[in-house]
Design a protein around this ligand. Structure first.
Ligand code: HEC
Length: 203
């Protein structure tokens, strides 16, 4: 009985001590928030696991509505994507902007990572954004447009530069989507996907 008590008291004191040390380290400004200073492997593991598990749990049970991946919706989604996402994530045939290269975490190339998520998880990410990363919530674009963007993201890993460009040209011919401000996210001109190929602007 006495040993159990000793063990418990020791564990509790160790716990309190760790919290105090952590608080002292943070208050002393020793944790470096610089984007140029990568996380330690342990910090990275904690943040990455928290992100992946949070997305999985919050998105559980989210299923796409019927017809969300109709061809016309994918065209509209490409218009939306080229205006709101390529500055940070790039697109087939278009690099991400210099601005995005300086971000930490750096916005990933969605062609490489979109396949890791279910449609419900992609929808949740777009609707809510990701805390402490720079990934914004796109909730104001409306659920229907976000589901169309999900349909596009599902096709992206296997989409060629030419196929993307064709969809982009169709999106411009259809007048973008919902009167969105053209080039709203094209902060430094690196959104190459927004440059119409010569002679193709009216199809
Ligand atoms: C201001 C920059 C920025 C914009 C604009 C942006 N994102 Fe992101 N996005 C990020 C960052 C940074 C991450 C990485 C988050 C992380 O790793 O914690 C991210 C992550 C994601 C992820 C999760 C992928 C992964 O494994 O990290 C998806 C999916 C995504 N973005 C889709 C989009 C789409 C679609 C749009 C446009 C509707 C968009 N993003 C607009 C910065 C941006």
């Amino acid at each position: 009985m006495r040993t159990v008590k000793t063990v418990l008291v020791t564990l509790l004191s160790a716990g309190v001590l760790s919290v105090l040390i952590a608080a002292a380290v943070i208050y002393a400004g020793l944790f470096n928030v610089a984007a140029t200073d990568p996380h330690w492997p342990a910090t990275y593991w904690v943040l990455e696991t928290a992100r992946v598990r949070s997305i999985q749990v919050h998105a559980a049970g989210l299923a796409p509505p019927a017809g969300y991946d109709e061809p016309s919706k994918i065209v509209a989604a490409v218009g939306h994507f080229s205006e709101h996402c390529t500055t940070c994530h790039g697109a087939p045939g278009a690099k991400q902007s210099d601005l995005a290269e300086g971000m930490y975490p750096r916005p990933p190339n969605l062609k490489d990572v979109a396949g890791r998520y279910t449609p419900g998880e992609l929808f949740w990410i777009l609707k809510h954004g990701i805390k402490m990363s720079g990934m914004p919530s796109m909730e104001s674009d409306g659920d229907a447009m976000l589901w169309s963007t999900v349909a596009f993201l599902e096709k992206l890993p296997r989409m060629s530069d030419d196929a993307y460009n064709d969809l982009w040209v169709q999106a411009q011919a259809a007048g973008g989507q919902g009167g969105m401000d053209h080039g709203a996210m094209n902060m430094d001109g690196a959104g190459n996907a927004q440059t119409p190929p010569a002679g193709h602007s009216h199809k």
